[in-house]
Design a protein around this ligand. Structure first.
Ligand code: GLP
Length: 243
């Protein structure tokens, strides 16, 4: 696992977009593991821009998303499916049949079974990750143990609070979610974690502070990935004490 520091979040997002585009260009039917959240918006903007400019072609690209809130249909503006359509899928030449999105308003067990079957049958070529303030990846929250496969999770108060900025008030934030497990994340051929700003410095500082894999710091599992890169901006690097 290594890290790369860019001066600004925009430069970092551009670098991450280039990594995804290299995989798309170099793989016949690439599978991208995708994330949601404010951190990845600029990266998706880069992909959309490059697609419009003919620099990348997503017609054969497959995608699978990390997670989804339980209880929100895809039509809900705060569902992660809606986020993906708004920020990326509807603005570039992705084919609907190539996009795997969990339906948080469907039968939970059926959704999890389908998610696990899909992740077992396919290997993610590049997995994009953001990070929660508490070190969560996807919705793998700090816990005494890791969970390998896709599962439901009760969101921590910290995560509900952090994500309430996208809702009218904290009461509206779903209390649970379906998330990819950590095995599926680290099985990816390449893992790219993006984190920007001093507010995310603490989990990144802890990530590089030692050689441990600790379920109380879920992002630490990426130390087991074959090829993991953490891309940060200077504000975060300074606050986290990264050179
Ligand atoms: C949510 C998602 C995570 C994401 C995190 C950070 O909790 N489940 O995948 O990394 O938000 O979001 P942001 O980038 O908005 O800080």
């Amino acid at each position: 696992m290594k890290y790369i520091v860019y001066e600004t979040p925009e430069q970092a997002s551009r670098a991450a977009a280039n990594l995804l585009e290299e995989v798309v260009a170099g793989t016949p039917k690439p599978l991208l593991g995708l994330a949601t959240g404010g951190t990845v918006v600029e990266l998706y903007r880069c992909l959309v821009q490059d697609c419009a400019a003919g620099k990348v072609n997503f017609s054969a690209t497959r995608t699978v998303n990390l997670d989804e809130y339980i209880g929100l249909p895809h039509s809900h503006p705060q569902s992660f499916a809606y986020f993906m359509h708004q920020n990326l899928f509807s603005k570039a030449n992705f084919q609907p049949e190539n996009l795997f999105l969990v339906d948080g308003s469907g039968s939970i067990q059926e959704e999890i079974n389908a998610f696990n079957a899909h992740l077992q049958a396919n290997t993610i070529d590049i997995q994009l990750l953001g990070i929660g303030n508490n070190g969560h990846i996807g919705f793998n929250e700090p816990a005494p143990t890791f969970t390998c496969a896709a599962h439901t999770v009760a969101l921590t108060d910290e995560t509900i609070q952090a994500n309430s900025r996208f809702f009218n008030n904290p009461q509206e934030v779903p209390r649970s979610a379906i998330t990819m497990g950590v095995r599926d994340i680290v099985k990816a051929r390449k893992v790219v974690l993006l984190a920007f700003g001093a507010g995310k410095a603490e989990p990144i500082r802890r990530l590089f502070a030692d050689d441990e894999v600790d379920p109380m710091l879920p992002c630490s599992i990426i130390k087991l990935a074959a090829d993991a890169v953490v891309i940060v901006d200077k504000a975060l690097a300074d606050a986290a004490g990264l050179a």
